[in-house]
Design a protein around this ligand. Structure first.
Ligand code: NAD
Length: 496
């Protein structure tokens, strides 16, 4: 067996090694095998990364926009050339299926493509004659060093919600990926190195909470993009507010799917819902984990069919060649700790009085004895406010609730702490419109189980699912990464 890879730091255009390097093991969650190690950076390492980014900012911000964007075109080509290799690394360290990993890489590339539109997106505004002889102008300028801290569930895409936009707008960038999945970004950093970006424009600092906190607190960092648990969002955001830094923080979710009685194509509906709930073992921020059926008949039909369909989801090591391209395949959850938490919460649901209609705790995966597998799990007779409904489990566990009317379902959604996304299944324009206007979530789906916006649209939740007020992706990214400067100017007096 070859020596596991080490995910090191990349600052100032070079891979660097610290003198007193501390390493953490990176595990394949399907097998428990150690597949790599990651450097746990110190505050001194973080300082070197930020200083490299600071040094690169002046010349990079003055590089004409088409020049900045041409590095992204080069990156796009390299990502496409290495897509399969990166997808396999992503799959090995995160545990999602290969089709899911490839889909993640597609979205990663699309974010680069969206940022290539920066020569148009970053236009300012000009107003001739804002007062007698005076013109007003808004120009959008880069600010300096931006940092991003990302979670384990999208090792490639989550960093790319920020990285291409930060660079295209003329900022320099320091990324700290999740210490649970550092190998994917190590590969991508190698590609960034080949694009010809000037040294220091992109920097990678690996590590855990200590490195993340040092990055947030560093006086050279002007803004922080964060994705992770809502509790971590709050911790990051409060430090940023205290230090007067820009901050956008995307947090936890409990996404609801509402089924109206008028929906007729039950087979397609059930499959659409189970893919949303169990794909990626329920570890997508856009995964649904709560279903609300309207009325007794709909509840009866949905629970029966959903439980039956959930049993068809394959649970396997994503590299098992007999099932590797299977779209209905669920890999493990990320770690033994995550599995323990989910198993405890299932026991909690039983104790709370919900009916455990499908129990995935004893899923047996040949060859996966050391992996962190759980089978699809479904609770019925769930009441709003039960702990299994209130809490984000981030695993393959679904709760099914009943409401008497659409108003009742909207109240369940609006009273929930998390408000990332929610969807309605209906053929009625009236119900769909009411849902769009009244459900208080950042992203609304109509007959779409995973309403994840493409990179050309903004992405972000409401309530405790997002801290800060600027979403990521698309035009919203320009508002975050560029500062609007307003110019009020007069030349000559009394002419115009
Ligand atoms: P996490 O909050 O545990 O960790 C995320 C990142 O924060 C990691 O890089 C970690 O090292 C770092 N970190 C840990 N403690 C920190 C601190 N005190 N200060 C600064 N950084 C710190 O999250 P996770 O378990 O990796 O990811 C899963 C969570 O992410 C889920 O709650 C999921 O819903 C959420 N998520 C949300 C979105 C979204 O768009 N809303 C997208 C993906 C994931």
């Amino acid at each position: 067996m070859s020596e596991p890879k080490v995910a090191r730091n990349y600052f100032g255009g070079k891979w660097v090694r610290s003198s007193d390097e501390k390493l953490l093991e990176v595990e394949n969650p399907s097998t428990g095998e150690v597949i790599g190690r990651v450097v746990l950076s110190s505050a001194a390492d973080v300082d070197r990364a930020v200083e490299a980014a600071r040094g690169a900012f002046g010349p990079w911000s003055r590089t004409p926009l088409p020049g900045r964007v041409s590095s992204l075109y080069a990156l796009r080509g390299l990502l496409l050339d290495h897509q399969e290799k990166i997808s396999r690394t992503l799959c090995a360290e995160m545990g999602k299926s290969l089709p899911d990993a490839r889909a993640e890489m597609n979205r990663t590339v699309q974010n680069v493509e969206a940022a290539c539109g920066m020569p148009i997106l970053q236009h300012g505004d000009k107003m001739i004659g804002s007062a007698a002889g005076i013109d007003g102008e808004v120009i959008r300028l880069p600010l300096g060093v931006f940092a991003a801290i990302t979670p384990f569930n999208f090792p490639a895409m989550a960093p790319f919600w920020f990285l291409p936009y930060a660079l295209a707008t003329g900022n320099t960038f320091v990324l700290k990926p999740s210490e649970q999945v550092p190998l994917t970004m190590a590969l991508i950093a190698d590609l960034l190195d080949q694009t010809g970006l000037p040294p220091g424009v992109f920097n990678l600092v690996n590590g855990d909470k200590a490195a993340a906190e040092a990055l947030v607190d560093h006086p050279g960092v002007r803004g922080v993009s964060f994705v992770g648990k809502s509790s971590t969002c709050r911790a990051v955001a409060s430090r940023c507010v205290a230090l007067n830094k820009r901050c956008q923080a995307m947090g936890s979710a409990k996404n609801h799917l509402v089924v109206m009685p008028d929906f007729s194509k039950l087979d397609q509906l059930i499959r659409n819902m189970s893919t949303s709930c169990f794909g990626c073992a329920g570890q997508r921020c856009m995964a649904s984990s709560a279903i609300v059926a309207i009325g007794d008949e709909t509840y009866q039909a949905v629970t029966e069919r959903f439980v039956e369909d959930s049993k068809r989801f394959l649970v396997a090591n994503p590299f098992d060649p007999s099932v590797a391209d299977e779209p209905m395949l669920m890999g493990p959850v990320i770690s033994a700790d995550a599995k323990r938490f989910i198993v405890d919460m299932i026991a909690r649901g039983v104790a709370e009085g919900a009916t455990l209609a499908l129990d995935g705790r004893d899923a047996v995966i040949p060859g996966g004895e050391n992996g962190h597998f759980l089978g699809p799990t479904v609770f019925t007779d769930v009441k709003p406010g039960m702990e299994i409904h209130r809490t984000e489990l981030f695993g393959p566990v679904v709760v099914i609730l009943k409401a008497a009317s659409l108003d009742g379902a909207i109240s369940i959604i609006n009273e929930h702490q998390y408000a990332n996304a929610c969807s309605i299944y209906t053929q009625s324009g009236h119900y769909a419109r009411k849902f769009k206007l009244e459900a208080e979530c950042g992203i609304i789906g109509v007959n779409v189980g995973i309403p994840a916006p493409v990179p050309f649209l903004p992405f972000g939740g409401m309530n405790d699912s997002m801290v800060g007020d600027v979403k990521m992706q698309g035009k919203a990214a320009v508002s975050f990464f560029a500062a609007d400067k307003v110019i009020v100017e007069r030349f000559g007096f009394g002419e115009w």
